[in-house]
Design a protein around this ligand. Structure first.
Ligand SMILES: Cc1cc2nc3c(=O)[nH]c(=O)nc-3n(C[C@H](O)[C@H](O)[C@H](O)COP(=O)(O)OP(=O)(O)OC[C@H]3O[C@@H](n4cnc5c(N)ncnc54)[C@H](O)[C@@H]3O)c2cc1C
Length: 401
């Protein structure tokens, strides 16, 4: 078996490496390095999005007809590996990896023509209005009400844990349009503009100190029905399709390898009073090696999920496996990082990670995001559907139990 790269792929790899090195400005690199949540600092992330778009690389997984670069699976793999190696901030997944594929799969020709180019160029920033105060895992019990009125819906209710709603100009959401029969059969998938009168966004601050999500309130909000994806009361079909992408693609495996490499560097630099590196201590080295192996298995699962997308157009229920394992490894990595920095894990200094912060951090700059990441990574077992729910899905749809 020959697993070496062809000359064409080697040339491609060099081109990607050079482009990333030449175009990642210091502020964008810094935003990626300091990111302790799902999203890096807003300005730098969207600046990077526009740079990649001008190169035609904002959406490596999109079909060419919608502006994807037309790469084969090996090129996509090489790109994501090179990208992760640089530590560049992730592009926001809500448009590119979530509502974009949903519009491709279920939108009308007019909706595709309007929304997809704007997602690709970074003109629109999206947020996801699924969860409600009384509807998370049991999403079908959602109550946010949309009543048909002429060409519009009038929405009343609330959405919560809405990531990036304070930056977004558009939301894709699930609303209740029918209260009879099965709860799943009365839900509609709707796109709306965040500056519509009657929408209020209230911040929720997370454990690590960041403001990443919000509660959104709707008070007689009038939204055109032209923003509906699919048929009225058939939003569950679109929502389930989108969730497969959220679990399968929105989980970034590449950055986990970068983070493990960072731990290796930290543990090589940290010495005890005899000058021995932490990395040379048996217990730590063993824990590191075990995690390295775990991560390698997740990387292969990621390749399989990607191959399913190429073959079938969507990742299918195996994306639940990917989501669960990747987030478990992610949490284990952030725990090991805490061990590696030892007493420097104690000072929690979220303000040091804000753009423009000019106070010297306690500990080294490499250690600054470790505690916030550890705290925020606990959320990875919850968002995108909790890991318990993913196990239920695997039991039913993958194992047939
Ligand atoms: C950082 C972050 C960002 C998020 N961003 C968004 C967003 O942008 N948009 C959005 O709509 N939502 C978002 N969410 C919400 C997320 O999808 C929900 O938190 C999640 O679906 C769980 O719902 P819940 O919080 O209501 O918990 P609950 O559903 O109340 O669950 C509580 C606990 O019970 C367990 N549980 C519940 N039902 C079962 C069951 N049947 N079997 C076994 N265990 C069960 C759960 O696993 C969990 O441990 C985000 C969440 C986080 C943490």
């Amino acid at each position: 078996m020959d697993i070496s790269l062809s000359q064409e792929h080697l040339n491609f790899q060099t081109k990607v490496r050079e482009f990333l090195n030449d175009n990642l400005t210091p502020d964008i690199r810094e935003a990626g390095r300091l990111c302790a949540t799902i999203m890096a600092e807003h300005e730098a992330t969207w600046k990077w999005h526009r740079i990649l778009h001008s190169q035609g690389w904002a959406a490596p997984n999109w079909p060419t007809e919608y502006g994807g670069p037309g790469w084969d699976p090996v090129q996509r793999y090489l790109y994501s590996a090179e990208y992760a190696r640089t530590g560049a901030p992730h592009l926001t997944p809500l448009g590119l990896s979530m509502v974009g594929p949903a519009i491709m799969g279920h939108g009308s020709a007019e909706q595709k023509a309007f929304y997809l180019p704007r997602i690709l160029s970074g003109d629109d920033v999206w947020c996801q209005g699924y969860s409600e105060p009384g509807a998370g895992s049991d999403l079908a019990s959602l109550q946010c009400r949309a009543i048909s009125d002429g060409d519009d819906y009038i929405i009343n209710g609330s959405k919560t844990w809405t990531t990036d709603a304070h930056n977004a100009n558009r939301m894709f959401c699930l609303v209740r349009t029918n209260t009879d029969g099965k709860p799943q059969a009365g839900i509609t998938f709707l796109l709306l503009e965040m500056d519509t009168p009657g929408i209020a966004v209230e911040p929720i601050h997370i454990l690590g100190g960041d403001h990443e999500f919000n509660q959104v309130f709707f008070d007689d909000v009038r939204v055109p029905q032209s923003g509906r994806i699919g048929a009225e009361n058939d939003g569950w079909t679109v929502a389930k399709y989108l969730l497969e992408f959220e679990r399968g693609v929105a989980v970034g495996v590449g950055p986990l390898r970068t983070r493990l490499n960072e731990i290796r560097a930290l543990a090589q630099a940290r010495r005890d009073s005899d000058g021995n590196a932490l990395m040379a201590q048996l217990d730590f080295a063993r824990a590191f090696a075990a995690l390295d192996i775990e991560l390698t298995t997740v990387e292969y699962t990621g390749h399989r999920t990607m191959a399913d997308i190429v073959k079938r157009g969507s990742p299918g229920p195996a994306s639940s496996m990917m989501k669960t394992r990747a987030t478990e490894v992610q949490m284990a990595i952030s725990e090991l990082a805490m061990q590696a920095i030892a007493n420097y894990a104690a000072p929690h200094q979220p303000e040091e990670r804000l753009a423009g912060a000019n106070l010297p951090p306690l500990g080294s700059r490499d250690e600054m995001s470790v505690t916030a990441r550890y705290l925020n990574d606990r959320a990875s077992a919850i968002y995108g559907g909790s890991n318990e729910i993913q196990r239920n899905i695997m039991a039913k749809l993958v194992l047939g139990m």
